[in-house]
Design a protein around this ligand. Structure first.
Ligand code: ATP
Ligand code: MG
Length: 789
């Protein structure tokens, strides 16, 4: 169980200074720069206010100024304002900005925070009303899963078919909708083998006995207290004289009820949001909350902000073009009077590694002041990805070239749990003496080797003066452990023997790594977990295997990782930010890179499979959020091929690319084979025919001759575009897998010319003249004679 969340200074103590003394304390300079609509949002203090408008129109600014205004004119003391932000970071930022606006440090503001942090504070004061003590603990996900597993086992339910994570997701979903066990609708009674709501009730009971709650409970309990104890609610209603909420479009039902109950008295509630930026539907957010605000609070003042202060016209037009394809939206007008600036740039790459390399070079070019532009420090640059596994290529590349970066909202790639586990397997396979590595994974996945068995292994090793694997071998042979654990331990030791022997004999290290992850049951363990989280971990593991391709052997790779992890970054150095699109909400950067715009990756196949058109529209809103984070420069990119495990897969460019309005986008020629090298991107060559779509014009760039691109062209029925002869001849038919014999001379778009040295099915080992030995799939090479130069 994790730490206490301590209460800070008494949030209800009135400030010593009487309210009136603050009144009109300082001239309202902070109102000067606001436009009339923003001023209305700041100065309409009484009654409900809804600011519903597009990205970068100054909603957060208006909200911050409103807090400053309330304080400055003495309408409320700092601790009488309830201000809800989406993240703790946003809360810190807002506190800082309010301070700047009122010209001093804002003491207090204890009620400025996220729904969760504010709920903890309320719940500690009234814990007894829901059967808890005020020092309750907050469970983290691991604790939660452990508890659920116990309940599932006690109920004699097959844990493999009905894993704890599935139940956790179900319960979270109910809590997001403010449903206590008895309120779970009968239509959902069949959930989790007809035992869902029963297990939910047992889980809540267990939590109470443990004096604990999970994250969802924080809100659920507070809503319950407000609903069942009118006296408590009345006290909060009168204490919070003003309520303000940022990012209102992403509230879930529980949060919505929480707010509606608190605001029901004086109705001084101001919310700001943008239906086009609702991106947390998968976590229970209901965009309807913002659309029904006027119904909930009749007479609300609705304010629309239309001037965007953040982005150049090209960026704004590109974002508007994409979001226009959504059907479920209110639609808004946005304009800006900023200078036109650069168009949004679009570039396709041969593969993901090349994409990372190119972006690294571009960031360095921006820092120097590229193309006659003012320099942009790496601090002003963000790389926004759809999936965390995309971060790996950038991290590796930036570590190699010494470009400082920070990963926001999660550990760095090589620090992730699943990556550390996998690396521990590799380490113990390469060096059987690596006790730390073996210890980490001996019971991952579960092999019935608990703490006691682990101690036994340690003892056997110590007594015989050998390493842990040897200790385990002795113990498994000697008996002493329970039969199941003994059998599994013996099997693990002989697995390690085999893997070690293969590594020593120089087996293909990528295939070996895949084999280790499969045979150890590690991949299977995550496959059995049916949660989105597990899916992400599996993707990270694939990404890890992919990274191995860049190295000669496992040893080399392990050395690389320990070196890069040891590479302490200079804290003061300006850093590029790498984060997910989801985490970037509300933020802005002068320069934004949006990599990986490929169908399946973005829009994510999983969202489309699970939620159909609704999922696709949420993905499109994510694209809108991504583009609108950029103030001056925005570059979108995709790769024609991604390596998944050891296989090349060709990808289709994202359908969102074709929704970008061509007039606002510049298509760059990718570097490489025919282009001018990295950083020398040039516009695509002009054609006699005007491009019908961006995809058409992009297709003139040679890299777009990838199989995926060609298939997409065929599928969309787009007319073939005229291309240079050599480029046309380079088109490779993805469906045909020609056969080559040992000794054949072949050509590969990335690695150049080479000689086939081994053939195994459709996999070739090729000794490339320049790139050295590589394994490639036959359909990605052409016979040398076919190459026209
Ligand atoms: P998002 O929808 O992305 O959350 P937002 O509507 O909250 O955006 P803000 O972040 O408040 O927009 O503002 C965007 C940028 O515009 C900020 O840099 C902000 O300082 C600036 N800005 C907002 N209003 C004005 C104004 N009246 N004059 C000058 N700059 C402004
Ligand atoms: Mg904002």
């Amino acid at each position: 169980m994790n730490s206490w969340i301590s209460d800070e200074a008494d949030a209800f103590e009135a400030a010593a200074e009487p309210l009136s003394a603050r009144a009109a304390a300082r001239p309202a300079r902070y109102l000067d720069g606001l436009n009339p609509e923003q001023r209305a949002a700041v100065e309409t203090l009484d009654g409900p206010v809804l600011v519903l408008s597009g990205a970068g129109t100054g909603k957060t600014k208006a909200l911050t100024t409103r807090v400053a205004h309330l304080l400055n004119i003495g309408r409320a003391r700092p601790n009488e304002i309830l201000c809800v932000t989406f993240t703790n970071r946003a809360a810190r930022e807002m506190r800082h900005r309010v301070g700047a606006l009122v010209g001093g440090v804002v003491e207090g503001m204890p009620w400025l925070g996220t729904f969760h942090s504010l709920s903890v504070r309320i719940l500690r004061r009234h814990a007894e009303l829901v059967g808890l003590k005020s020092n309750f603990t907050i469970l983290d996900t691991d604790d939660q899963l452990r508890l659920l597993r116990q309940l599932i086992q006690a109920a004699n339910i097959d844990e493999k078919r009905w894993p704890p994570r599935l139940l956790a997701g179900l319960i979270d979903g109910w809590k997001n909708r403010a449903l206590t066990p008895e309120r779970v609708p009968s239509s959902e009674a069949s959930a989790f083998d007809h035992r869902g709501s029963e297990l939910y009730a047992q889980y809540q009971e267990r939590l109470r006995t443990l004096n604990a709650c999970d994250f969802g409970d924080l809100l659920l309990h507070v809503v319950g207290i407000f609903q069942n104890h009118p006296d408590v609610l009345a006290r909060y209603q009168s204490w919070f004289r003003y309520i303000l909420v940022d990012e209102y479009q992403d509230t879930n039902v529980a949060q919505y009820l929480w707010l509606r109950l608190l605001a029901a008295g004086h109705r001084n509630i101001a919310v700001v949001g943008d239906d086009d930026q609702s991106i947390y539907g998968w976590r229970g957010a209901e965009v309807e909350n913002i659309l029904r605000f006027e119904k909930d609070f009749p007479g609300a003042r609705v304010i629309r902000l239309e001037q965007n202060y953040r982005s150049t016209p090209h960026i704004l037009a590109a974002a508007s073009g994409v979001i226009a394809a959504n059907s479920q939206r209110l639609g808004k007008t946005l304009w800006t009077d900023l200078p036109a600036g650069e168009k949004v740039r679009l570039i396709g790459h041969w593969d993901g590694e090349e994409e990372a390399r190119w972006i690294g070079e571009e960031i360095e070019a921006y820092a120097r002041g590229t193309r006659g532009l003012d320099p942009v420090s790496p601090d002003g640059v963000a790389i926004l990805v759809r999936a965390t596994h995309q971060m790996r290529a950038f991290e590796d590349r930036f570590l190699t070239i010494g470009l400082p970066y920070r990963v926001v909202g999660g550990p760095r790639f090589y620090e992730r749990q699943e990556i550390r586990d996998a690396m521990a397997y590799f380490r113990a396979a390469v060096s059987p003496d690596d006790d730390l590595a073996f210890e980490r994974i001996v019971n991952v996945p579960k092999r019935g080797i608990g703490d006691k068995a682990a101690q036994e292994i340690n003892r056997a090793a110590r007594e015989n003066g050998v390493g842990l694997i040897e200790g385990a071998r002795l113990l498994a042979a000697a008996g002493g452990l329970p039969a199941r654990a003994r059998g599994q331990l013996g099997a693990l030791v002989s697995d390690f023997d085999r893997w070690h022997e293969m590594a020593r004999a120089g087996a293909d290290h990528v295939a070996l790594a895949e084999m280790i992850l499969e045979e150890s049951g590690y991949v299977g363990m995550w496959q059995a977990e049916k949660s989105p989280d597990a899916q992400g971990r599996l993707e990270n593991l694939k990404e890890l295997v992919k990274a191995l391709n860049e190295f000669e052997n496992l040893q080399g790779f392990l050395e690389h990782v320990s070196l890069v992890m040891d590479n302490e970054q200079d804290d003061a150095a300006p850093k590029v930010t790498i984060m997910t699109l989801h985490a970037a909400k509300g933020l802005e950067f002068p320069c934004v890179f949006l990599p990986g715009w490929e169908d399946g990756l973005f829009p994510s196949q999983r969202s489309m499979d699970e939620s159909g058109v609704k999922g696709l529209e949420e993905e499109r809103r994510l694209a809108y959020v991504g583009i609108t984070r950029a103030r001056r420069y925005c570059t979108i990119s995709f790769a024609a091929n991604r390596r998944v495990y050891n296989q090349w897969q060709s990808a289709l460019p994202s359908r969102f690319i074709d929704e970008l309005p061509p007039a606002h986008v510049e298509v760059l020629t990718p570097p490489g084979l025919y282009g001018g090298g990295y950083g020398a991107a040039a516009p695509a060559p002009a054609s006699a025919e005007p491009p019908g779509t961006l995809m058409n014009s992009a297709a003139r760039a040679d890299v777009y001759n990838s199989p995926g691109w060609r298939r997409m062209q065929a599928r969309s029925g787009a007319r073939p575009v005229s291309q240079p002869r050599e480029a046309r001849d380079m088109v490779i038919d993805a469906s045909a897998a020609p056969s080559y014999g040992v000794g054949a001379r072949v050509f590969h778009q990335k690695f150049g010319h080479g000689t086939v040295t081994a053939v195994e099915g459709d996999k070739l080992t090729i000794d490339f003249d320049k790139a050295g030995q590589k394994n490639v799939v036959a359909r990605f090479v052409t016979a040398d004679a076919d190459v026209p130069f």
